[in-house]
Design a protein around this ligand. Structure first.
Ligand code: CAA
Length: 244
């Protein structure tokens, strides 16, 4: 398990190009590292991340926005094949909310706030916020958040299905790491296939999704870990997975 802590306290962890690029690089390396089964991303108690760096954004004209390397960084983050767990406290706004939504499991402290305030700057979310938020919380809540720019509480985010658990603020990271450790004990190929198939469910019709699931299920039947999992069950012992 790897824990990544966003640390730009002077800007409430605003995601400037350097920070986002570093995040994409570390995730690329982690994808190749068999010792890392899952990644936890967190920030501080005050802010997970307060969005894209507005001061940096102010320097970009339309051509700069078109050629913005962050588009590629976001794509690489979205393609990370292993589970990402976001441990969110404080502000998760704009790009910060969008980063949290790149996670597969979101855990938040009870004072966390989730929002897409870009409308207050005369723009709209630009890192998947409109698409992922709508899929996570439904049309009405997503519209309200994006059109008013007003954030929602952790409680509201939980009720809407954006996050899966609320914790006391000081326990959020610990809880996220505990979930990551639980996942790390499972067969790595099954974990990655499960993530892939679940994410595809958001984009596919049911028949195609079921077919995709069946193919992944069949593929896993060819793994040693599947034999080990079943054998361990029969022998009433813990499985020893090898990732093959
Ligand atoms: N970019 C750059 N700097 C930021 C920042 C951001 N997104 N958010 C906060 N900061 C900086 C502030 O400028 C301030 O720095 P200085 O002390 O040097 O002035 C410092 O962090 C602390 O912030 P505040 O004094 O504003 O703290 P606060 O507690 O009064 O308010 C806040 C907190 C409500 C989060 C407020 O900072 C805020 O509204 N931030 C901007 C949130 C936002 O609009 N995010 C969306 C950005 S656009 C985007 O993300 C596009 C996209 O989809 C990719």
């Amino acid at each position: 398990m790897l824990t990544l802590t966003l640390h730009r306290p002077e800007a409430l962890n605003a995601l400037n190009t350097a920070l986002l690029g570093e995040l994409a690089d570390i995730l690329d390396q982690s994808a190749q590292d068999d010792r890392i089964a899952a990644v936890v991303i967190t920030g501080s108690q005050r802010a997970f991340a307060a969005g894209a760096d507005i001061k940096e954004m102010a320097t970009l004209d339309a051509v700069g926005v078109l050629q913005d390397p962050r588009v590629g960084y976001w794509k690489r983050i979205s393609q990370f094949p292993k589970p990402i767990i976001a441990a969110v406290n404080g502000f998760a706004l704009g790009g910060g909310c969008e980063l949290a939504m790149h996670a597969d499991i979101l855990i938040a402290g009870h004072q966390a706030q989730f929002g897409q305030p870009e409308i207050n700057l005369g723009i709209i979310p630009g890192a998947g916020g409109t698409q992922r938020l709508l899929r996570a919380v439904g049309k009405s809540t997503a519209m309200q958040m994006v059109l008013t720019g007003e954030p929602i509480s952790a409680q509201r985010a939980y009720e809407a299905g954006l996050i899966s658990e609320i914790t006391q603020a000081e326990l959020t990271l610990e809880r996220a790491q505990s979930i990551a450790r639980t996942i790390a004990r499972k067969a790595p190929l099954a974990v990655q296939q499960a993530k892939d198939v679940l994410l595809k469910a958001l984009d596919m019709d049911l028949a195609t999704g079921l077919q995709y699931e069946r193919k992944a299920f069949t593929l896993l039947a060819a793994t040693q870990d599947r034999n080990e999992g079943i054998q361990a069950f029969m022998e009433k012992r813990q499985p020893l997975y090898k990732g093959c």
